[in-house]
Design a protein around this ligand. Sequence first.
Ligand SMILES: C[S@@+](CC[C@H](N)C(=O)[O-])C[C@H]1O[C@@H](n2cnc3c(N)ncnc32)[C@H](O)[C@@H]1O
Length: 246
Amino acid sequence: MADLADKLNRPLLDAAGVVAGDRVLDLASGAGEPALSAARRVGGAGLVVGSDLVPGMLGGAVRRAATETAPPLFTAADMTSLPFANGAFDRVTCRFGVMFVPDTLAALRDVRRVLRAGGRAAFMVWGPLAGNGLFADIGAAVAARLGEDHSLAPLFRFAAPGSLAAAMSEAGFGTVTESDLTPVRKAPADQPFWRAALDMSFGHRLGGLPANERAALESDIAARFAAQAVDGVVPVPAHVRIIVGQ
Ligand SMILES: C[S@@+](CC[C@H](N)C(=O)[O-])C[C@H]1O[C@@H](n2cnc3c(N)ncnc32)[C@H](O)[C@@H]1O
């Protein structure tokens, strides 16, 4: 994701209206983004709290923050029951996290609660699978080898335009807007840039797979992407959506 990071984080932070001095809560921070980018933007006068349901997910985020001059604070938190005071934050951000929360409304209501009046929350979700070449090709290769599979469905839970926006309105956000981004990732053709996404999405199925079958699947995936390479670079299209609530 590294080469995509700026193309995703900057528009998300812009949409949330994050500026120097803000108090920002990042939900489902995982390995640390966009909390780390937000911390650079708010600077020493601001405060960024990065959070995730799974404390172990934050280990990498804490390590990456060690080299920052004004690092975020990281803490475990379930976004449906946030351990923060009412109105504690100016901005809330969340990149690719809200789709994994079964009780979306509970999460969105609690996000409203911790935002100050006039504050803003911005969520980034995946657009349709067809526009996301990484997942589309991995999913097609897995389906061809292992049969039909619904493991990618949670990622694309809010792919339909307006679906998360409707939930935000229901949760009480006054003004809700959404916009689409279609960045193209430049992936190195000679590296297995797709492996992390394969493990993240299909690890539960691949765990019991004999080594030779896993190798055959990986070689199918590598061949699919190699066929798209131009001068050693695979252009991998992505389609994401940013939904903002005030
Ligand atoms: C795909 S990762 C996104 C990580 C990071 N924001 C990024 O974009 O790279 C999704 C994260 O959502 C977290 N998550 C799932 N349910 C959650 C919840 N109820 N509250 C907070 N985080 C949650 C997971 O632990 C995981 O780290």
